[in-house]
Ligand binder design. Sequence first.
Ligand code: KMT
Ligand code: NI
Length: 172
Amino acid sequence: MKAYWFDNLPGDQREPHDSGRTVPDSYLSKLGILHFNYPNVADVDALAKSRDYKNRDEITISPATMGDVYEEKVKMFFNEHLHEDEEIRYILDGGGYFDVRSDGDDWVRIKLEKHDLMIMPAGIYHRFTTDMENYTKAMRLFKEDPKWTPLTRSGETDKNQYRQEYLKARET
Ligand code: KMT
Ligand code: NI
């Protein structure tokens, strides 16, 4: 895991876009983001149990598994959105980038590598992309039924109850 300010320069979204300005852990936790490195899947099981997560699935995002729709999917994941549920992602292999919005509405890029686990709070605006390796194998964890419909950012999502609760929690 490595976090830094996104450089906002043109170019493929899968390039690092590293401005060289590091984002410290303390700032990530202010945004409500937690992360761990769990080489042993037993630790993931324990975390899931402690937070009452009952379900999970695995997704492999790569041209080999997705074929022609890969490029389309990569663009879709990069569409800024929020979820009404907490989002837990565990990288089983490969890597990728999650970009999350700062309190000043800038992008913080979080580079996830094998065995990194990240917890994003409900209501945070974010997007995802594979990196130049074009290979992300990830576990997606959810409590009951997946409620992870991506809600594309708009005037409506700004008013969303979960968005409002997220912003309120950041004030304290
Ligand atoms: C998301 O919410 O954007 C995703 O779940 C991306 C795919 S999982 C690495
Ligand atoms: Ni998402």
